[in-house]
Design a protein around this ligand. Structure first.
Ligand SMILES: *Cc1c(COP(=O)(O)O)cnc(C)c1O
Length: 382
């Protein structure tokens, strides 16, 4: 695997960082399904593998590509995004304090609330649109982890990663970033000072809505990272060999897909901004967006494919608009090649803080005019 610094990641990733199989010369890695590895006569292991839950040759190329993609020291893959989130939070001990955004991916927040209560971990939330609120939420000497997500799901506030890292580090805490929505195409969180970056690889990295996987990437090898690896081995939230192979295949077109989704989303957001049946279009690439200036600095290659519409009316009206769509698929998730629409509050349930009139759109790589036409006819048929 080449470390060619002169080549852009966009070039490296399509060739899985110049992968060539040493045995066959194949340019796609083989999949090893074996769960166990034979020992020699003297009981030694001839290779570095013993049992598939601890080490697995099918993860290696994927993990090396992911580490390079985010500019980290090492990457590890997990059975799902949430398996990676859980492994990360296993490293937080009783008596410590964690800070996270008040509105964020609901699965991560639900898990955080659960372990905070069970393990007596302090937990404070801050307003993602106000970095000073993060400063206030920190308890110096007690806060060990600041967990952020940017843009924040599903309202797309943008958090300044460099500033968040500065605030966390000044208090002796680490900064972990959920980079799922921005993807490493447009934001490499470690370069902005984050210590760990997380991706639900189910989304943009795989991009075809057919693999569930999670990735953690560390800036440096430290005790916390060793613990995360141990947790993966012992708790068993490991990625299957075929899923690892599929994910790497999907990642080869990551830049192409992300660029097209970003271009589509920007065009669509501009078209519908100010539409008479909508209160607001929430998209970090719109100049009217409160986080636009940070996004412009931090999202270096497009604003991504995620946007939300605040419709004129309530939950009923929002659901009718989704119901009238013919091209947009009514489904949860994001980052796939196909465009999805969902009434987020219904997905998150009765405790959701998401506005009832919010529709979340994951823009795919279809023809943009077709997407605009579909949404337009849906809004007009009310
Ligand atoms: C989907 C998602 C997760 C959880 O990942 P899974 O792969 O579904 O377990 C975490 N964070 C964000 C922002 C997500 O979109």
């Amino acid at each position: 695997m080449s470390e060619s610094k002169s080549q852009k990641m966009e070039s490296l990733i399509v060739q899985a960082c110049h992968y060539v199989d040493e045995v066959s010369g194949g340019i796609s890695p083989p999949v090893q399904f074996s769960t166990t590895y034979a020992r020699g006569r003297d009981y030694e292991h001839p290779g570095k593998y013993s049992y598939c839950r601890a080490d697995n040759p099918s993860w290696e190329v994927l993990e090396q590509v992911c580490a390079q993609l985010d500019g980290g020291a090492e990457a590890k893959c997990f059975a799902s995004g949430m398996a990676a989130v859980c492994a990360f939070f296993e490293t937080v001990n009783t008596g410590e304090h964690v800070v996270a955004p008040r509105v964020m991916y609901h699965g991560s927040q639900d898990w955080l609330r659960r372990i905070a209560e069970k393990r007596s971990i302090g937990l404070s939330f801050f307003d993602a649109a106000d970095i000073e609120d993060l400063r206030r939420a920190i308890q110096p000497g007690k806060t060990t982890v600041v967990w952020i997500e940017t843009p924040v799901n599903p309202t797309w506030e943008v958090i300044d990663i460099a500033l968040a890292a500065e605030i966390a580090h000044a208090a002796g805490a680490i900064l972990a970033v959920d980079g799922t929505v921005a993807s490493p195409v447009t934001t490499r969180a470690l370069e902005h000072g984050a210590d760990i970056v997380f991706h639900s690889a189910t989304k943009y990295l795989n991009g075809h809505s057919d693999v569930i996987a999670g990735i953690l990437v560390t800036a440096k090898m430290d005790d916390r990272w060793e613990e995360i690896k141990l947790v993966r081995t012992l708790s068993g939230g490991i990625l299957g060999p075929f899923e690892a192979w599929l994910l790497l295949r999907g990642m080869r077109t990551l830049f192409l897909r992300f660029d097209k989704a970003s271009a589509n989303a920007l065009q669509l957001a501009r078209y519908f901004e100010g539409h008479s049946n909508l209160q607001q279009v929430l998209y970090p690439g719109l100049e009217s967006h409160p986080g636009y200036d940070i996004a412009k600095r931090q999202m270096t290659q497009g604003y991504g494919g995620m946007l939300s519409l605040l419709v004129d009316g309530g939950a009923g009206q929002a659901k009718r608009i989704a119901g009238n769509c013919r091209l947009f698929v009514r489904a949860t998730s994001l980052g796939g090649v196909e465009s999805l629409i969902e009434h987020r509050a219904s997905v998150e349930g009765p405790h959701s803080a998401v506005p009832q009139n919010l529709l979340r759109l994951s823009i795919g790589i279809e023809n943009c005019q077709d997407l605009i036409n579909d949404l337009e006819q849906s809004l007009e048929s009310l």
